[in-house]
Design a binder for this molecule. Structure first.
Ligand code: GLN
Length: 308
């Protein structure tokens, strides 16, 4: 007798319907001017089981990866340069500060605390090898393309918008250079960082990327692209630092390795089980999607997803 799958589609539809209104409690990121244009009431969530993709709401609306890209550039740097080289330039402790804070660079151990905050991610970007920005970005895009099984591009408007206004990231990068945590040319590394943040995805892509992590680096086509050891490393960072200075509360409320970005996406990976994703552009004070966090909490409770 065929075993019927749980009504995931029904659960997701109910999840979006019940939580969309929480967008009113947040605000769309405005410090990157191009992001300001997004409709704050968009909301969607997606879940991938080993059998099928389920989705509800605005799951096909394109948005930029932003900080979620940090997970994949870290995987590329670890693969290409090795664990030791990467952790010579970046630490592995959570911060109590916002994702773009500069304060601990001077007061702590003279390297960025972890690769999920901007300073750490910029240091990691500098370790991605290649003769040009295009070649270096190409390594990140290639990884994503293999996982998603489709060509991946960037949003040129968001890229230029951040390129023109990213003064705080420039300050972080120059400070990193001064403390010997940034390899090569500062402007080239920033260019790479801004471009990787501008990679275009939708909510279903995030669920697929989550599933890749949940399956310990194996693609939907069955190819082991990244070693389980490196996947364990980055998913641990997602638990301790993936939601910035809200990671502790998220671990308690939701309990799934996850990474958010300021365009409103959250990627989550339930080890060995599901890829889950949420999208809602209105953010809370810490830069996480208000609707996204609420929806993931609901899904975690309904499906008993907490890893703790
Ligand atoms: N591009 C954004 C920045 O550097 C990424 C930050 C984020 O998504 N939290 O500010």
């Amino acid at each position: 007798m065929a075993c019927r799958e749980y009504d995931y589609a029904g659960l997701l539809a109910e999840t979006v319907a019940r939580h969309r209104h929480y967008a009113a409690q947040g605000e769309v990121a405005s410090y990157i001017p191009e992001l300001r244009k997004t409709d704050p009431t968009l909301a969607g969530c997606a879940l991938i089981t080993p059998q099928a993709l389920y989705e509800a709401g605005d799951t096909r609306y394109p948005f930029t990866l932003q900080s979620i890209s940090k997970v994949f550039s870290l995987l590329v740097a670890l693969e290409q340069r090795g664990v030791e080289t990467v952790f010579a330039k970046v630490g592995s402790e959570p911060t109590g500060d916002s994702f773009n804070s500069i304060v601990k660079l001077e007061t702590s151990e003279q390297k960025p605390l972890n690769p999920m905050i901007n300073a750490g991610a910029i240091a990691v970007c500098s370790l991605i090898p290649g003769d040009s920005v295009e070649e270096r970005l190409g390594l990140v895009l290639k990884l994503l393309e293999k996982i998603l099984d489709r060509p991946v591009g960037i949003d040129e408007h968001v890229y230029h918008s951040e390129q023109e206004t990213g003064h705080r990231n420039r300050a972080l990068a120059h400070f990193l250079k001064d403390i010997d945590c940034l390899e090569g040319d500062v402007d080239e590394v920033l260019d790479l960082y801004f471009r990787q943040c501008s990679i275009l995805v939708d909510c279903t892509d995030l669920a697929r990327l989550g599933m890749f992590l949940a399956q310990k680096g194996v693609t939907a086509q069955g190819e082991q692209l990244i070693s389980p050891h490196l996947i364990r490393l980055v998913t641990t960072f997602m638990v301790t630092c993936g939601m910035y200075n809200a990671s502790g509360e998220f671990a308690i409320q939701v309990g799934i390795p996850a990474k958010s970005g300021v365009s409103g996406g959250i990627l989550a990976a339930v080890p060995g089980r599901f890829g889950v994703a949420a999208f809602g552009p209105a953010l809370d004070k810490k830069g996480n999607s208000v609707v996204g966090v609420r929806m993931l909490r609901h899904l975690s409770q309904a499906l008993d997803l907490s890893i703790f």
